[in-house]
Design a protein around this ligand. Structure first.
Ligand SMILES: NC(=O)c1ccc[n+]([C@@H]2O[C@H](COP(=O)([O-])OP(=O)(O)OC[C@H]3O[C@@H](n4cnc5c(N)ncnc54)[C@H](O)[C@@H]3O)[C@@H](O)[C@H]2O)c1
Length: 373
């Protein structure tokens, strides 16, 4: 099959491109190679036999021949920093929403259109994940985003309407959109745009909502997203690891190989119209626990400081309910966090050391009152 991957030289796009080439597909990668991800002098390693076009995804509408005759498009190109999206609003809306609009126009202009458009959406569209109240495990609650006042008072855990404690549970796909950042809003918008266009243009939108993806190949120079890469880059330079809030906030860390399994299975699986699937490890890990596992795995002995700092718009907990991906794709995460971190550390240790810019990124947030304490 001819398959187009936008954002095809990003972290997930590269891993996907390699897998698709290994399966014998004709792979076309479209990527603008942004400086934030790839540095000023991008070192491009193309999957063998893949074709690459350096192009802004927003220019696809003027180049519909790239889409012509392809069986499927994976749409991965995006600006991806949650906190950064809160002040670079036009850039995020421009790339993520207009980029999706341009892809739709390219499909409309093509004579032989793709049958599927597979979107890399995000768990961020939920905002906080699903919770239950004590004694009511059958009623899912989606708490409102924590207010700046709550965060300033170190009231980290979301609470019920009556102020009662809640417990995080696996988040299913039918939880409504409740984006807590501009990035999240643009991912929800991408979903809606593709779902609106699909029936008219004759393609099936397949929406994946990824949890926190990590692994070999993740940018080590982007200070705005990817805490495992950011922490590794600091640890290898002997720098302290700052952990926000009380360190007990949790995420669902999923290895990129598992994500690629899900993406590839979606190429020819029998999927219902309007399908939306979570992809993750299906289990929460606190950030503090993650840091200790990462440092042990990399053999680093650096201080860890729980700072009590917080970012407006960050969620407290979310982890994936994988029922749909299991039922429709036979999806099962295969890489344990311990194995994944160990593989990541070996790879990252072989890469050049990058100047740490995470403190500069935090200062940008503080200057805009998007970070406290
Ligand atoms: N990594 C995660 O944890 C995660 C979680 C949820 C969703 N996602 C989604 O998965 C997709 C891929 O994420 P990733 O982690 O590989 O990110 P990444 O930043 O490594 O890759 C994104 C790629 O898109 C390219 N790009 C950015 N703007 C572009 C533009 N205007 N035109 C063309 N290319 C452009 C970048 O150069 C980069 O190569 C994104 O859509 C992201 O929102 C990722």
């Amino acid at each position: 099959m001819k398959i187009v991957v936008t954002g095809g030289l990003g972290f997930i796009g590269q891993a996907l491109g390699r897998r698709l080439r290994g399966l014998g597909h004709d792979v076309v990668l479209v990527d603008s190679l942004t400086t934030q991800i790839h540095g000023a002098l991008p070192q491009v390693v193309l999957p063998e036999g893949a074709t690459f076009f350096r192009m802004d995804v927003r220019d696809l509408a003027r180049n519909p021949e790239l889409i012509e005759g392809c069986e499927a498009v994976y749409h991965l190109a995006a600006e991806t920093g949650t906190a950064q999206s809160m002040y670079r609003v036009q850039d995020y809306v421009g790339v993520n929403e207009l980029g999706t609009a341009a892809l739709i126009e390219a499909i409309a202009a093509a004579d032989r259109k793709p049958k599927r458009v597979i979107l890399a959406s995000s768990r961020s569209v939920y905002g906080e994940g699903a919770y239950v109240a004590p004694g009511r495990p059958d009623v899912l609650i989606q708490p409102s985003p924590r207010t700046p006042e709550q965060l300033a008072a170190n009231a980290w855990e979301p609470v019920g309407a009556d102020g009662s404690a809640l417990q995080a549970v696996p988040t299913p796909e039918n939880l409504p959109f409740f984006p807590g950042s501009i990035y999240a809003a643009t991912k929800a918008s991408q979903e809606l745009l593709l779902r609106a266009a699909g029936p008219a243009l004759g393609f099936k939108p397949v929406i994946f909502r990824f949890q926190n993806v990590y692994g070999e190949g993740q940018s080590l120079q982007n200070p705005y997203t990817g805490i495992i890469s950011i922490f590794f880059n600091r640890a290898r330079q002997g720098m302290e690891i700052p952990v926000y809030e009380d360190g007990l906030e949790s995420r669902d860390f999923v290895h990129v190989d598992d994500i690629v399994d899900g993406l590839v299975a979606a190429l020819d699986a029998d999927l219902p119209d309007g399908v939306v699937m979570n992809l993750g490890a299906g289990a929460p890990t606190t950030v503090l626990d993650l840091v200790h596992q990462l440092l042990a795995s990399g053999g680093f002995d650096v201080p860890v400081r729980v700072t009590g700092q917080y970012r407006v718009g960050d969620i407290r907990h979310c982890f994936a309910d994988l029922t749909e991906a299991r039922r429709l794709l036979g999806f099962e995460p295969r890489v344990s966090l311990a194995d994944g971190l160990s593989r990541f550390c070996v790879w990252a240790g072989s890469q050049p050391v990058h100047v740490d810019k995470s403190e500069q990124a935090a200062a940008e947030l503080r200057a805009r009152k998007l970070m406290g304490a």
